[in-house]
Design a protein around this ligand. Structure first.
Ligand SMILES: Cc1cc2nc3c(=O)[nH]c(=O)nc-3n(C[C@H](O)[C@H](O)[C@H](O)COP(=O)(O)OP(=O)(O)OC[C@H]3O[C@@H](n4cnc5c(N)ncnc54)[C@H](O)[C@@H]3O)c2cc1C
Length: 105
């Protein structure tokens, strides 16, 4: 049985960001099963929670199954930032509509 997204009830925060990391793993393992090979792709529980902390400010929390930081950017994402707010407001919707939904990101 294969599952991903909220209905999979994996022990991590249910987000679209998590699904973005789950989907390639599921596809790889599904293709392996169809070819009679063992599935070797693994998902580490990555998820991302954009936490609005004030007007125009946001903490982009990214972590794995164990709660370890799994940050995308080369700076301390635990700090609230305007840049992360702008990312959430303007960039992530573009990534969602033009990247994820089209299988590009
Ligand atoms: C308020 C809110 C804010 C969020 N903010 C973020 C965010 O900033 N970033 C982020 O990454 N994630 C965010 N999320 C989480 C993200 O929206 C979900 O994790 C994601 O949408 C789950 O996708 P899914 O396809 O697994 O499930 P869903 O999007 O729930 O899709 C399931 C679909 O199945 C349909 N369905 C249900 N039962 C049946 C049935 N019996 N027959 C046929 N169809 C059925 C439903 O109508 C629905 O369309 C947020 C969620 C909420 C509620």
């Amino acid at each position: 049985m294969f599952a991903l997204g909220d209905a999979s009830n994996l022990p991590t925060s249910k987000t679209g960001a998590a699904i973005r990391k789950q989907a390639p793993v599921l596809v790889a393992n599904l293709l392996a099963a169809m070819a009679g090979r063992p599935g070797e792709a693994a998902y580490d529980g990555y998820t991302s929670c954009p936490l609005v902390t004030g007007y125009g400010r946001l903490v982009l929390a990214e972590f794995d199954y164990d709660g370890n930081p799994a940050e995308t950017f080369p700076f301390d994402q635990a700090k609230e930032r305007r840049s992360m707010y702008l990312l959430k407001k303007y960039a992530l919707p573009q990534m969602y509509w033009h990247g994820m939904l089209r299988g590009r990101a």
